[in-house]
Design a binder for this molecule. Sequence first.
Ligand code: ATP
Length: 306
Amino acid sequence: MSITVRAPAKINLHLGVGAVRADGFHPLDTVYQAIGLYDDLTVRSDKGWGIDVRAAAYVASGALPPPGLNIVDRAARLLADLHGLDPVGAVDIYKDIPVAGGMAGGSADAAAALVALDRLWQAGTSDDDLLRLAAALGSDVPFALLGGSAHGTGRGEVVRQVPDAGTWWWVLVPSAEGLSTPEVYRRFDALNDDPDPLPLSSTVVLAALAAGDPHALAAALHNDLQAAALDLRPDLGDLLEAGERAGALRGLVSGSGPTVVFLAESSAAAREVAGRLAEDVAVVLVANGPVAGAHVVPEVGTSWPT
Ligand code: ATP
């Protein structure tokens, strides 16, 4: 038996970051959107445990951790422990989401693994337990299960879906090399010597999503980590300007970067912006959102799962 689960990349339409807490985490007020760029994870029954990773040419898969340390290894152990099972199976991951790109590709794989292995092992894990395991694996993993557009609080792991009247068109420019999320937070701390303990509220972005107005959303997009990411990667500043010159309504660093995302007015406008950027930039992608969270992909010739 083989089961394939597809999980989306995320972008943060608002990322408010408060002062670092005693436990080392920063409190966040964030708005996530799941967009149509995916990792696919297939699991098959096996006597042992193994993970094989393949990736699109633009994904720096060399930056992935060695066997045993993939976030999917941790997801399998947590789920198996919950049910008193042996973590067995053969896992194939195909990555289209950049590694260390600020798009939560590892979190997507972890969410996909929880859903796929739960089916493979016929474990019948409740939604509440899946969300609890997801939060233990990482701040962005609960959102990767949920998908859509969502408000995140806590360290990002407390998520609730929010009204979204739009189909939003994004042009994405990944970088050949990733940025370490902890390093970006350290730079954020260094640049902000007297930060507000409370993160900036995302009310304006939430209102723009509910209204479905791309111009309002463009004006509202906000990322408190952008200055830190630009400090580490000044070239991203030129890229942001180039995208806006190419016709994007607004450019933004995605999460901790270095992927840069541009909001376009329509699908046709996104293709135009992408075409202009592609004259100077090696890899340009177009995706829309919101899309579903981690979900089983039906085998060819079968009907959709109910
Ligand atoms: P986030 O936006 O959630 O901070 P990111 O998109 O910047 O994350 P990821 O690609 O999720 O970055 O990876 C973060 C780190 O996790 C990488 O440095 C990588 O070594 C490690 N990692 C472990 N497993 C995976 C995986 N399956 N895919 C990607 N990275 C993984």
